[in-house]
Design a protein around this ligand. Structure first.
Ligand code: MG
Length: 258
């Protein structure tokens, strides 16, 4: 039997809100630290330090053996990039920061892609449209609707610009565990998927390639996912709470809420 999608209690939802708020603070600190010349290893240290200062623990660290608190993926790296002290960001790079934390047993997960210094117009648009594809998707994320309405809306929007929606990686339910059912595709899917209920918490995370949707796994490190055609990729993710109205986005920074 397929595992049920968990519906959180009011107490659980309060913890999830707090987990989300704290993760947003980590993202604020990381955004402020990004500049040409900083290493991805240094960004990872900042992430882990801020997470622990907030009395939380990094849920990515040691997850299936992942060696860091944050996945940091540059340019044609889609996700799961391993931070490294010798990997310095260059002017014009785009960098994706994907990380999460555990607060009193409850998980949050969010990703952002930023330009390093000045980036090309194409990359700036890719970042902005990837962000917007998330909002197009979650416009359908409310109780009574169906999960794949989110997926199809993301794909419709991204593909209207000729982008490749990564279909080998998906979003996920989240709560007491980092990855819970359901899987949340970002591409067009047949069937409507599970019905959404108030109290479900989901990590919706479009990964959008400037070129073709195909990706491959780096065989040397076993983690990094890259675009097959070498085109750049952007990633945008928030943990959201399904309600009877608009979803509550739990991982927005203060600046993003304004
Ligand atoms: Mg995620």
């Amino acid at each position: 039997m397929r595992e049920q999608i968990s519906v959180k209690s009011p107490e659980g939802i309060e913890k999830m809100r707090e987990a989300g708020k704290r993760l947003a603070k980590v993202h604020e600190e990381l955004k402020a630290a990004i500049r040409p010349g900083i290493s991805t290893g240094e960004l990872n240290r900042i992430a882990e330090t801020v997470i622990r200062d907030l009395k939380c623990s990094p849920n990515f660290l040691h997850y299936n053996g992942f060696p860091a608190a944050a996945c940091i993926s540059v340019n044609d790296e889609v996700v799961h990039g391993i931070p490294h002290d010798e990997h310095f960001l260059d002017e014009g790079d785009i960098v994706s920061l994907d990380l999460g934390l555990i607060y009193e047993g409850w998980h949050s997960d969010a990703a952002r892609t930023y330009g390093v210094g000045t980036v090309s117009k194409e990359d700036a648009l890719l970042i902005e449209r990837t962000r917007q594809s998330f909002f197009e998707g979650i416009a359908h994320a409310r109780a009574g609707n169906y999960l794949h309405q989110i997926s199809n809306a993301i794909a419709d929007y991204a593909e209207s610009y000729g982008y490749g929606v990564v279909y080998d990686l998906v979003g996920h339910g989240i709560g007491r565990r980092l990855h819970e059912p359901p899987e949340i595709p970002n591409c067009h899917v047949q069937g409507r998927g599970p019905k959404l209920k108030a109290g479900m918490t989901l990590a919706v995370e479009p990964m959008i390639n400037a070129g073709a949707p195909d990706v491959y796994w780096d065989e040397e490190d076993g983690w990094t996912v890259l675009t097959e055609d070498g085109s750049n990729c952007a990633h945008y993710e928030n943990t959201i709470l399904i309600t009877n109205g608009d979803p509550e986005i739990l991982t927005l920074t203060r600046e993003e809420r304004e």
